[in-house]
Design a protein around this ligand. Structure first.
Ligand SMILES: [Zn+2]
Length: 534
């Protein structure tokens, strides 16, 4: 029962705080381009408070009336500066407004926001966001932050939107000694303040989604090694509680296997100049770039691998490197990450196991609750649910069945590397469809229309009639223009016959020996609803 419950709650967000990531950008926020966040916070785990300031470097790219930033209303802002000069501001409805009349178009400025307060406590991390104030067995504070669903403004002032990734971030977290802080990128320095506090300074030079900027505090040991990654050394660090150190080397062994698999299939680890980071968190997991949150307690699945680590590592390519600018395309993060696991199974255990991953595991988990691509300007709250994960992966599975391995794997590679690494590694569903069309030379909009933009599966109509010598099976798709080929298997005089039929919205008929049964889509390669008349 426990596993079943876990599966059901897996990735379904709860929204106890009434803010959510993404949505429609205001005109003010469309007019700024964030370049860099420098977050400096003291984390007081005794009082469950944070205090400090964030420098936000931005370029003004359009005429705006206000600089508009996102930060929870519950924080107290003591001061805001524009390029070092204190300025009036308003803080209402989780938004900060600073008058922009003296700020020139095309200028680059630094906004400093000084603030403090009690961050929201995460009720069900990582799905519902906030801080987790926990303790390790040795009695030290163990603090984690989750904000994918609710957005970065749960803990730092930002332009909270997936479309605006800064080109790097600095994170300075001050905690009491001897606690450590694990965060994104590389550890630059630990400054001892000659009192009970010390400051950990982490820095990344890669662009990063606001929700991926993260830190975890704990009394950690660091288990590290160098993993070879396509001929380059990949610095790998696991910030782990002493009580969990026993399984740490085994986890890194798995990370090493996964790096081999991912780099063989998807190319170099995207953050090779920084690190592969894993941090032991008081909640399940999240794909924070270069510092994956890991709380799966070394539980391997029935196949013998840690699927959580595999899933979060897949996101370094699918979601962190290649990311979407609108949450309506969230399936590109999650569907591809789940599909990566299927490819891992195929490489390790063969094609039959790959197929059965879809047939036995994923098929029954697809809720058909919403289409997997929503209207533009979607929020994380709107895309929450399991369809982008499981149906998203299934769409890739079916696309492979439809266009064949050669084109399919070319599409995957071209999509991942379609954009330059620098700033623009953001894609949309229509970019993906364009690559499919260019690669195959065929228009299969009928496939995408039904599987990406409709909630329900297509309907396959099956009519059976009996003649004097044969049984006649008539098949057609109810959906106009839909043309997914369908495999069938039936018993004939010479044994079993398996065929892939071209089925369209016009009925086709095949004759089988009288009163024999025909099985439609025996391997369950297609998401469909059967409408039979016999
Ligand atoms: Zn995921």
């Amino acid at each position: 029962m426990k596993t079943v419950l876990l599966v059901i709650s897996f990735f379904s967000f709860a929204f106890s705080i009434d803010v959510t990531s993404g949505g429609k950008l205001s005109k003010n926020q469309q007019g700024i381009d964030i370049k860099h966040y420098d977050i400096r916070l003291k984390v007081d785990s005794k009082r469950k408070m944070i205090s400090g300031y964030t420098d936000i470097k931005m370029k003004i790219i359009d005429e705006i009336r206000f600089i508009e930033l996102d930060l929870l209303k519950s924080y107290f802002i003591s001061k805001i500066k524009v390029d070092g000069v204190a300025t009036p501001f308003k803080h209402r409805e989780n938004k900060i407004f600073i008058k922009a009349q003296d700020i020139k178009l095309n200028s680059t400025i630094v906004i400093t926001v000084e603030y403090k307060g009690k961050p929201p406590v995460a009720e069900n991390p990582p799905w519902s966001g906030g801080f987790t104030w926990s303790k390790s067995k040795d009695g030290y504070p163990w603090v984690g932050v989750s904000c994918q669903a609710n957005g970065s403004y749960l803990w730092y002032p930002s332009k909270e939107h997936p479309s605006d990734e800064p080109q790097g971030a600095d994170i300075h977290i001050t905690v009491t000694k001897p606690l450590s802080v694990a965060s994104n990128g590389l550890l630059k320095k630990v400054t001892d303040h000659k009192n009970k506090w010390h400051t950990w300074h982490w820095s990344t030079d890669y662009n990063i989604n606001p929700y991926n900027i993260n830190f975890t505090v704990g009394s950690f040991d660091v288990v590290e090694r160098i993993i070879p990654s396509l001929g380059k050394p990949l610095k790998t660090q696991f910030y782990v509680l002493n009580e969990n150190i026993a399984g740490s080397e085994k986890l890194l062994d798995q990370a090493e296997v996964f790096i081999g698999f991912f780099t063989r299939n998807f190319g170099q680890y995207p953050w090779i100049n920084e690190k592969l980071g894993i941090v032991n968190t008081p909640y399940w997991g999240m794909e924070h770039q270069t510092i994956i949150a890991y709380g799966n307690e070394y539980k391997d699945n029935e196949k013998g691998y840690d699927f959580l680590l595999l899933h979060e590592m897949a996101h370094e390519w699918w979601g962190n490197y290649l990311s979407v600018s609108d949450w309506s395309d969230f399936w590109i993060h999650e569907g591809f990450a789940v599909y990566s696991e299927a490819l891992f199974i195929e490489e390790k255990y063969g094609f039959d196991e790959y197929n059965s991953f879809f047939k036995k595991n994923l098929l029954k988990k697809i809720p058909q609750y919403k289409p997997i691509v929503l209207d533009r300007n979607a929020t994380m709250k709107q895309v929450a649910g399991l369809d982008p994960y499981y149906k998203g992966a299934f769409v890739l599975h079916m696309l492979r069945y439809l266009i064949g391995d050669e084109d399919f794997f070319k599409v995957i590679k071209d999509f991942l590397h379609s954009k330059k690494m620098a700033h623009d590694n953001q894609v949309s569903t229509s970019d993906f469809i364009d690559i499919v069309h260019n690669t195959t030379g065929e228009n299969i909009d009928w496939f995408f229309e039904v599987y990406l933009y409709e909630k329900k599966y297509p309907i396959l109509i099956k009519n059976i009639s009996h003649g004097s010598n044969h049984t006649f099976v008539e098949l057609s798709w109810k959906n106009k223009g839909f043309a997914m080929p369908v495999e069938v298997i039936y018993k004939s005089n010479t044994g079993f016959t398996q065929k892939k039929l071209v089925v369209t919205d016009e009925p086709i008929m095949i004759a089988i020996p009288q009163y024999n049964q025909i099985k439609i889509d025996p391997d369950k390669r297609i998401l469909l609803t059967l409408d039979k008349k016999e």
